[in-house]
Design a protein. Structure first.
Length: 47
């Protein structure tokens, strides 16, 4: 699963998703794009 979101480095996003399946599940269940971007930003920032 590859996500391409403006402002988020694709390689960092893929790395974060690979490291945490729970994050992947949360992203799949997220309905609002703004919340999705916020969560992705936090995941990338924490790594």
């Amino acid at each position: 699963m590859i996500l391409t979101i403006p402002g988020v480095d694709p390689s960092s996003t893929m790395l974060s998703l690979d490291e945490s399946e729970s994050s992947d599940v949360k992203l799949r269940r997220c309905e609002q794009p703004s919340v999705l971007i916020e969560k992705l930003t936090r995941v990338v920032a924490d790594s």
